[in-house]
Design a protein around this ligand. Structure first.
Ligand code: G6P
Length: 608
């Protein structure tokens, strides 16, 4: 979704802004722009379309100056046009700003401002902010920004520059993430740490309600009464190298192939083989609190919700605690149930998904303890949760989540192991799980060796217009995830279903043109899934079986069989999902789709 970057220092701002915006491309956007302050005032350059077009425009008509702001827009209010692209300016063209979030009372504010004589040039909600600041009182630029924001309802991450105050960026945060990059004699603001990495690895994550003032001499964080606030400086864990494609054609493939390392990183330092349990320092859930948990509610969206479904199975199995899994967007609008002993688990790769964040807040307001399973360090969900587990999977750039999913599964396994051992899971069972978790990164590596076979499968089925993914038990959510991956990046319609439910509807879809992918590793429901394969075969369907080594030959039933290494059934989703990720990837490539930037999707959905 929308991205912000700002720079103030002694260098030319425009190339730094463009480089920063390029690092935000993966989030999804439809237009882009920059505004730079110099002796001539505020100069803006905007395009509908890609950052490369913005770079070309800046080559043809450069803007010079050492203070500027830039933006990638993902349209909400108004079409994705050059006019509606940020930065937006006030009537005088002296105040320019970029904005992430949604101004909920924009219509009302706009009407009021128009009555007062302001002229609007765009259809966006953001433009109201520029006009509000234009009229706002205050002795300093930051005071005017604070006063201008007073009547605003909704969410914003905001960076503003003014001709009247050259060499200064004022930023404000409410509901949309922002951080400051702290360099040597230069400071950046961005909505995502990747955008500042080119200049610095030191960052200050802003809190909701913060205002910050950046000049070449330093930065100050203020509250709404302009009182200085103390904020810690953190280090970004990764570097620019991590954000490069290397020899891979797409980030999605790179991230699929990184999974032995990302799974290893999620496990690192967390397994206690002798005690047969996990050490989760950030969880903030000591034994006495574990004992009080009577019910677990898992919240998430998209792929994270699928991880939650696997988590339900694993948690109920290892802890005996009842678990429900909720779409965050649905949960947040239901009547909150104040049930004592509820532990809420919010799962989010980005830690910024608006629905998951609001659901977390609703759960907290209903009295629940909330833990976050999050990849992005310093993200809002990570900061608002009472405790949590970081994935440490490294930045995920591909819009379709892959390595974050397997790390989420591993984090849930660790969590269930820890909680289970507190709740009566036997030492021997704990030790067995620890041993198998230790092997997991290598098993993931061996699973990736299936890639040539999966590519061949993609060539065989790349022309299908529909596909069905079926699984049972802990692998039913893997079927959902496989179908989602295919839909997201190749635009082929796919449905995931519990294998036995097929008979209650989807069986009507089966014909020789519809591949049916079964997720069927060796587990207690394997024989049942094989019966479901028979039913598909009997109706002339094309069967693809993802099974595990040692399961025997399914060639009689399956047109294609891919075997992942054998492991404990509860761990199997970490392996079975990998051929499905690869299958979606190769089908999308064969169909000529933009794998890392699928149409209409955003990496991090920060609006409702
Ligand atoms: C978007 C992404 C998905 C992701 C979902 C939840 O839809 O395209 O890949 O699963 O958001 O994101 P989160 O960051 O909360 O895991």
């Amino acid at each position: 979704m929308c991205g912000i970057v700002g720079y103030v220092g002694s260098r030319e701002a425009a190339p730094i802004l463009v480089e920063g915006l390029t690092r935000l491309e993966y989030r999804g956007y439809d237009s882009a722009g920059v505004a730079v302050l110099n002796g001539r005032g505020v100069e803006t350059r905007k395009v509908a379309g890609r950052i490369t077009a913005l770079g070309e425009l800046l080559t043809r008509t450069p803007v010079h100056g050492a203070c500027g702001i830039g933006h990638t827009r993902w349209a909400t209010h108004g079409a994705p046009s050059e006019r509606n692209a940020h930065p937006h300016v006030d009537c005088t063209g002296t105040v320019a700003l970029v904005h992430n979030g949604i101004i909920e009372n924009a219509e009302l504010l706009r009407a009021r401002l128009e009555r007062a004589g302001h002229r609007f040039a765009t259809e966006t909600d953001t433009e109201t902010l520029a006009h509000l600041i234009e009229d706002a009182p205050g002795a300093t630029f930051e005071e005017r920004v604070i006063a201008g924001l007073a009547p605003v309802e909704g969410t914003y991450g905001l960076a503003v520059i003014s001709e009247a105050d050259p060499g200064k960026i004022v930023v404000a945060r409410r509901g949309s993430p922002l951080l400051i990059g702290v360099g040597a004699g230069e400071y950046l603001v961005a909505s995502d740490a990747n955008a500042v990495l080119q200049r610095t690895r030191s960052v200050v994550y802003l809190n909701d309600g913060d205002i910050a003032v950046l000049t070449p001499l330093g930065y100050r964080v203020l509250d709404r009464a302009a009182r200085v606030q103390d904020r810690a400086v953190d280090d970004i864990e990764w570097d620019l190298e991590t954000l490069a494609l290397g020899h891979y054609p797409h980030f999605m493939l790179k991230e699929i192939c990184e999974q032995p390392d990302s799974v290893r990183a999620t496990l690192r330092g967390r397994l206690l083989p002798d005690e047969g349990t996990a050490r989760l320092d950030g969880l903030n859930l000591p034994p006495a609190r574990c004992a009080r948990v009577q019910r677990i509610v898992i919240l998430g969206c998209g792929t994270s919700w699928h991880a939650g479904l696997v988590g339900r199975h694993v948690l109920e199995d290892l802890t005996g605690i009842p678990v429900s899994v909720e779409y965050a967007s649905e949960y947040r609008y239901r009547k909150p149930l104040r049930l004592p002993g509820t532990l809420t688990v919010a799962i989010s790769q980005s830690g910024e998904t608006a629905d998951t964040l609001e659901a977390l807040r609703a759960a907290k307001a209903a009295g629940s303890t909330v833990i976050g399973i999050v990849n992005v360090v310093g993200s809002t969900i990570a900061r608002e949760a009472d405790g949590g587990i970081y994935l440490h999977a490294g930045p995920e750039i591909g819009v379709a989540s892959t390595k974050a999913f397997t790390s989420q599964l591993v984090a849930l396994l660790l969590f269930a192991l820890y909680l289970g051992r507190q709740r009566g899971l036997a030492l021997a069972a704990g030790r067995t799980l620890v041993r198998e978790l230790e092997r997991l990164p290598d098993l993931v590596g061996r699973t990736l060796e299936l890639e040539p076979a999966v590519r061949a499968l993609a060539e065989r089925h790349g022309d299908a217009r529909n596909a069905l993914y079926l699984g049972r038990g802990v692998n039913f959510p893997v079927a959902l995830e496989g179908a989602l991956k295919l839909k997201e990046i190749s635009y082929v319609h796919a449905e995931g279903y519990p294998a036995a439910e097929m008979k209650h509807g989807p069986i009507a879809l089966i014909d020789e043109n519809t591949p049916v992918v079964f997720v069927a590793p060796k587990d207690p429901v394997y024989a049942k899934v094989v019966s479901n394969m028979q039913e598909v075969k009997a109706r002339g369907g094309r069967v693809v079986a993802i099974t595990s080594e040692g399961n025997g030959d399914l060639r009689r039933l399956a047109d294609h069989q891919l075997s992942v290494p054998a492991t404990l059934p509860l761990l199997s989703p970490v392996l079975t999902v990998i051929p499905l990720q690869l299958l979606a990837y190769h089908i999308a490539v064969l169909r000529g789709c933009d794998v890392d930037r699928p149409r209409n999707l955003a990496k991090s959905v920060t609006v409702e």
